[in-house]
Structure formats: structure tokens, C-alpha cells
Design a binder for this molecule. Structure first.
Ligand SMILES: Nc1ncnc2c1ncn2[C@@H]1O[C@H](COP(=O)(O)OP(=O)(O)OP(=O)(O)O)[C@@H](O)[C@H]1O
Ligand SMILES: [Mg+2]
Length: 481
């Protein structure tokens, strides 16, 4: 039987208070709700909850203000932050204030009840000394509000105050290096060096010399003792990029260094103590390399203490426009002509599959800023820049637009309503909208299920199952010539 406790829910949206309150009461918790910071303060005294769940944007101020003080006063209290400002900034601020958990809105009710159960389970343990890391967080480098990026932000916020090894995974151009730099420059080692080394860019026979340094005369051309990347990164962060391309022998030595905390130069005999945080990255799938005896399993475990998986851009299409505008804005700030995206261009960008991920999008926006004579970028201009055949000529703009509009609307209206209350409403609506959407999208791509699934942001098996469930026949949905 899970532990129960007392919970104070603070949100100025009465729907959230009702839905969350009801869900928690059903789990056996005692719940009170408040709609402002003032009401929150009063109930903190009279109700003395075990758990405080609070929104950030409240009518009488910033809900995060005062949270650190409340926790200082009540060290046994666990705080769960809800916020619609889904940025890395909010995740970091929540963590800094000592919050137990941060949930971006719209949140999943199951996730929230789980967080409450977890919080009650750990209530006895002393809160971690986090302390304000004291940086102005404006202009943080990572752009994106999709749920997948929220997960990334939460993980980043959690690793800033410790030295755990991190393995950043993701396709080329998804932002692996940017994440590594962000962790360094926001974390406690930020005043020390950030040193990057790319295993794929260095001849294999030089990797050990580069990493660990070498003594004078260790090999032809070694004219003086030279410090390796480990020593250069002393006190800071070492970013091991393309770790999947590291030769086996170098892996063995790397593992030994990580285990002992000491490096010995090539040709040297006296070990030097090093203190570096390791962030590794790869766009390869490491487990098959381990199977193949091309990557050491023990090294994998050592590096993969905290994995951060970056989503491909096509898996977070809702971020495409945000990113495109961000890159156009940056170009304008660098003095290039200011460009804006026409609606049909935005639709086309969202429909494209971005094999080169954020880097490809960034390059395209830079090229447009420099080369395009028009200030409003239309789909026609873009079509000339995209690889041939990348986007179907009839790329289903209206259907795609509709899908996104409905998805966003449903998320806002029903995203919190996964409890019993709204479940049937949710199902009813879905039952009406979904078959229409499926038909629209499928016919706009001439019955091509792969493309339809891509546009809908679901996988092909899910699409197939839905078609069967609704009794739809994809072959009937092809456009008549
Ligand atoms: N979320 C993001 N917000 C803003 N810019 C981003 C984001 N992700 C990536 N970028 C930009 O896209 C480019 C590619 O990112 P980065 O070099 O970090 O990718 P990578 O995953 O290391 O790629 P590769 O595997 O090819 O080395 C960089 O210029 C980076 O600044
Ligand atoms: Mg990289």
C-alpha cells in the first residue's frame, strides 16, 4: 500500500485544481487548493502539507519566488513545480530552488501522481544542498518546447550540481555538443576549461598522445613534453566526441584513467592526478558495437551513468518553426536582413524530414538570410532549396495544419484530463476527429502509409492499427487521378 499524505495544490486555473485534487484524493491523499501566492502562504501555515504542488505564473507573482524560503523553513516538505513556460531556464530555476520535481505543462496526470508517491517515499531524506548557481539564465542556448526536449532539460538541470558521467546520444546535428557545452557552462565547473576531442577526427595512432599527453622523445616529432586533453581540462569538463569511433586499445587506457583518476603520458612513468567531468557523445548505437567486440562493455557502463538521448528533429516537429525563427532572428541580430516565414513555408518546414536535424535547419535559415532577395520566405522559395523529392508536391499542408491545430488544442483542453472525469469526453472527441484526420492525411499523400504516419507523428504500426480500428481501407483513400 502506497504512502498517503497531505498535499497543497496551487494553481490559478480552477480546472487544474479540480482535476489534480480529485486524482490525488482518489489515491487517498488529503488535498487543499489555493489560487494565489497569498492563499498559498496562509495554507502553508494552517494546513502544513507534506507536499506542495505549485504553478509558476500566479496572479500575484512568480510562484517560484519564495519556494527556497518555504523549503528552508520546512526541510521535510517536497515541492513539485508545474509550469507552462517550458524552457531549460524554468527547469533549472525549479531545481535551484530545491524543488523535488519539475513537470512542464501540459503534464500527464499519471506522472504527477507518481511524482507525489515518489516524494512521499523519500520525504525522510534531507534535502540536497543545491544552492543558487547564480547565473543569469536568459538567452540559454537550447531552443525547443517539445515534450522530448523537456525531458532533456530536466536531466540537464539535475546534473548541473554533480559530476556524474554523461553519455549524450542522438543523430548527427541534434545538438549533442551544444548540450555538453550547456552542462559545462551552467554547472559548477564553468570557471574551468571545457576541452573537446573528436575521436573520429584524429588519426588512431595519435589518439592516446592527444588524450594523455606525451614526453619529449616518446616518438618521432615529440620535441617537448606536451600535456594531453585530460590535463588541459583539469578541474573542468572533457568532452569525448564520437566515442564510438575510439580504437579498442585507447578505450582500454581510457577506462584505466577513469578508474584510477590518474593519467600517465605516452613515454612517461609518473602518473598525474586529474579531476575532470566526462561527457561523451556518439551518433552510433553502442550496444551492437559491444556485441561486435568493437566497444568495451565496462567502458560503456562507466560513461553511460546518465544518458541524455536527443530526439531527431522529425520526432519533434512542433519545435521546427520555433527553431527556424530563432535562427532567422539570430541572423538579423548579426546584421543580415530580417526574414519572416510565410504560413505555407512554415507548413513545408514542418513536413520535411530533416535528415541533418537542427544543423540542416540552421544552415538553411542562414543561407536564406544571406541569399534570398525576398523578405518573406514562401514555400516556393524553400522548395528550391530542399533536396528534390524531399517533400511531396502535394505535401498535405491543410491536413498537416489541421492535425497540429487539433493536437495542440486537445493537449491544452484535455492534456491534464486523463483522469476519469475527462476520459470519456476525450475518447468521444477522438472518435470523431481521428478517422477524419486519418482519411484527410492519407488521401493527401496518395495512400502512402509511411508518409502519412510521418505527418501524423505516429509510427506505422500505430497508424495501421488505427485504420483497422476505424474500419478504414487505405487503398480507397488514394487520390483519384
Ligand atoms: N536545441 C537547439 N537550439 C538551438 N540550436 C541548436 C539546438 N540543437 C542544435 N543546435 C545547433 O545546431 C548545430 C548542430 O548542433 P551540434 O553540433 O551540437 O550537433 P551534434 O549532435 O554534436 O552533431 P554531430 O553528431 O554531427 O557532431 C549547432 O550549430 C547548434 O548550435
Ligand atoms: Mg557533434
Amino acid at each position: 500500500m502506497a504512502a498517503t499524505g497531505t498535499v497543497l495544490v496551487v494553481d490559478d486555473d480552477p480546472a487544474i485544481c479540480v482535476v489534480v485534487g480529485e486524482a490525488l484524493r482518489r489515491q487517498g491523499h488529503k488535498v487543499k487548493t489555493a489560487a494565489s501566492i497569498r492563499e498559498r502562504a496562509a495554507l502553508m501555515d494552517s494546513f502544513r502539507p507534506d507536499i506542495l504542488i505549485t504553478d509558476v505564473m500566479l496572479p500575484d507573482g512568480d510562484g517560484l519566488e519564495g519556494v527556497a524560503e518555504i523549503i528552508a523553513d520546512r526541510p521535510d516538505l517536497n515541492v513539485i513545480i508545474l509550469s507552462a513556460q517550458n524552457t531549460l531556464n524554468t527547469a533549472i530555476r525549479a531545481t535551484e530552488k530545491g524543488a523535488f520535481e519539475y513537470l512542464p505543462k501540459p503534464f500527464d496526470l499519471n506522472e504527477l501522481t507518481r511524482a507525489v508517491a515518489d516524494a512521499l517515499g523519500t520525504r525522510q531524506s534531507a534535502p540536497e544542498e543545491e544552492g543558487d548557481i547564480g547565473l543569469p539564465h536568459d538567452g540559454l542556448p537550447l531552443v525547443g518546447r517539445s515534450p522530448a526536449m523537456q525531458e532533456v532539460y530536466r536531466t540537464i538541470a539535475r546534473v548541473l550540481s554533480n559530476d556524474l558521467s554523461i553519455l549524450v546520444l542522438g543523430e548527427s546535428g541534434t545538438g549533442k555538443e551544444l548540450v555538453a557545452e550547456a552542462i559545462h557552462s551552467l554547472g559548477q565547473r564553468r570557471t574551468r576549461p571545457f576541452i573537446a576531442i573528436n575521436m573520429a577526427a584524429i588519426p588512431r595512432e595519435l589518439i592516446e598522445a592527444e588524450l594523455f599527453g606525451y614526453e619529449k622523445g616518446a616518438f618521432t616529432g615529440a620535441h617537448a613534453r606536451t600535456a594531453g586533453k585530460f590535463e588541459q581540462a583539469q578541474g573542468g569538463t572533457l568532452f569525448l566526441d564520437e566515442i564510438g569511433d575510439m580504437p579498442m586499445e585507447a578505450q582500454t587506457r581510457l577506462l584505466r584513467v577513469l578508474q584510477s583518476g590518474e593519467v600517465t603520458t605516452v613515454g612517461g612513468s609518473k602518473p598525474v592526478r586529474v579531476n575532470v567531468r566526462i561527457i561523451a557523445a556518439t551518433n552510433k548505437d553502442l550496444p551492437p558495437l559491444i556485441e561486435d567486440n568493437r566497444f568495451r562493455q565496462d567502458l560503456y557502463y562507466r560513461l553511460n551513468v546518465v544518458p541524455i538521448a536527443l530526439p531527431a528533429l522529425r520526432e519533434r516537429r512542433e519545435d521546427v518553426i520555433l527553431l527556424a525563427r530563432h535562427f532567422l532572428e539570430r541572423a538579423a541580430q548579426e546584421g543580415l536582413p530580417r526574414k519572416t516565414l510565410a504560413d505555407d513555408a512554415a507548413q513545408l518546414l514542418m513536413a520535411y524530414h530533416w535528415p541533418g536535424n537542427v544543423r540542416e535547419l540552421q544552415n538553411m535559415m542562414q543561407r536564406l538570410s544571406v541569399l534570398s532577395r525576398e523578405n518573406i520566405i514562401t514555400a516556393d522559395i524553400l522548395r528550391n532549396m530542399l533536396p528534390m523529392d524531399a517533400v511531396p508536391a502535394d505535401y498535405a499542408a491543410p491536413a498537416d495544419h489541421l492535425v497540429h491545430a487539433v493536437r495542440d488544442w486537445a493537449k491544452r483542453q484535455l492534456g491534464i484530463g486523463l483522469g476519469q472525469t475527462n476520459r470519456s469526453l476525450h475518447d468521444d472527441l477522438l472518435g470523431v476527429i481521428e478517422p477524419i484526420l486519418l482519411q484527410e492525411v492519407l488521401s493527401s499523400v496518395d495512400g502512402n502509409q509511411i508518409r502519412a504516419a510521418g505527418l501524423l507523428g505516429i509510427n506505422r504500426n500505430t497508424l495501421r492499427k488505427k485504420l483497422t480500428d476505424y474500419g478504414l481501407d487505405p487503398l480507397q483513400l488514394r487520390l483519384a487521378d
